[in-house]
Design a protein around this ligand. Structure first.
Ligand SMILES: *Cc1c(COP(=O)(O)O)cnc(C)c1O
Length: 351
């Protein structure tokens, strides 16, 4: 009954098999392996971007911080939401890798979903640079898709946001740790959700969707490639035995594993949602992908934790009035079984 995050499940057997297959003989290091050439051409094909530059790193934090440092000068500021992973969960890695750029928070829409709106983005950017040489200069806009609150920007919303960024001549970056979960939920193509919507660079997440530890950073403008290459090496994220990263990503892109896993994760979550709705659990927003926020009485949380369920309480401690509702975050990965979800729901609905 593991709903703490989608990085806690196993790796699909295809990925392990690909690693075993890559584990024979010799290969050039540092990304010069044959698998990486294939990864690049597959990603260019999938994204309909024949010029795109593709790099692999082992963590999403490295992907975000290195990509943003390539798009941002130290005296600039990055526009993101208050709940952005780059703001809340990366121990200041973006500030560190950009050599001191700031993050400027764009207030989220009222309500829980915390998506950036074009209106708020325009107002926040306009307010910056009012102090000339004394203030931070305007830098990239960073969006997360799926957001940290489990919501999804529609293609129309992405277009509106990129129109604002472009009006100020600012690059648009997408943190795609859950890229494919959003893409299959929207039923769109990778190109539609990125460069066709005005996204300049994206992290194409693998780890949360079944890989052992690989994210691809994609720049649609190859002019940035060399700088990223240098920054990745300088930051200690250029892998020597790189073929083992490539092999994972290649397995991910083979036989639609990336899509299949995301579809499974979203379906598993939809199944959990259905059950929680039957139990009349209130949701903090309409579930869209594989991460949801729902409230249960404290006594129910206690029963679930006692039975070994794993997930994070969101807005309150476990101690207190046992009848009071406390919201929690639940994330489903590709691997969680219906049996596990059924077991969880049986405990959640027990009176
Ligand atoms: C998990 C996650 C990342 C990547 O985190 P790492 O732990 O560094 O791999 C980035 N962005 C979002 C929104 C995430 O959920």
């Amino acid at each position: 009954m593991f709903f703490a995050s989608d990085n806690s499940g196993p790796v699909p057997p295809q990925v392990l098999a690909a690693l075993a297959e890559a584990n024979t003989g010799y290969a050039m290091g540092y990304g010069a392996d044959a698998e990486m050439a294939e990864v690049t051409s597959r990603i260019r094909e999938i994204f309909e971007a024949p010029e795109a530059s593709v790099f692999l790193v082992a963590t999403g934090t490295a992907a975000n911080a290195l990509a943003l440092s390539t798009l941002c000068q130290p005296f600039e500021t990055i526009f993101c939401t208050p709940t952005a992973h780059i703001h809340e969960d990366e121990c200041n890695a973006p500030e560190f890798y950009t050599a001191g750029a700031k993050l400027t928070l764009v207030p989220g829409a009222p309500g829980f979903d915390d998506k950036m709106t074009a209106t708020a983005l325009r107002a926040t950017i306009a307010k910056e640079e009012t102090r000339g040489v004394h203030g931070p200069q305007r830098g990239p806009v960073s969006l997360t898709q799926v957001t940290e609150r489990g919501t999804i920007y529609s293609l129309a919303e992405l277009h509106e946001l990129s129109t604002v960024a472009k009006a100020f001549n600012l690059p648009l970056y997408m943190d795609g740790a859950r890229f494919t979960n959003a893409m299959v939920a929207l039923g769109c193509t990778p190109a539609e959700m990125t460069w066709k919507a005005g996204v300049d660079a994206v992290s194409f997440g693998g780890t949360k969707n079944g890989l052992m530890g690989v994210e691809a950073v994609i720049f649609f403008d190859p002019a940035k490639a060399w700088e990223f290459e240098l920054r990745r090496k300088r930051g200690g994220h250029l892998f020597s035995k790189h073929r083992y990263l490539s092999a994972q990503m290649l397995a991910y892109l083979t036989d639609d594993l990336w899509r299949e896993n995301a579809i499974k994760a979203n379906q598993n979550c939809a199944y959990l949602v259905e059950g929680l709705r039957r139990a009349n659990a209130p949701f903090l927003h309409d579930p869209q992908a594989n991460m949801i926020f729902a409230a249960l009485p404290r006594a129910t949380h206690q029963r679930l934790f006692d039975a070994g369920a794993a997930y994070h309480l969101w807005d309150g401690p476990l101690e207190g009035d046992p009848t009071e509702l406390v919201a929690a975050r639940f994330v489903c990965d590709w691997a969680i079984s219906k049996d596990q979800i059924d077991h969880f729901l049986a405990l959640a609905t027990q009176t």
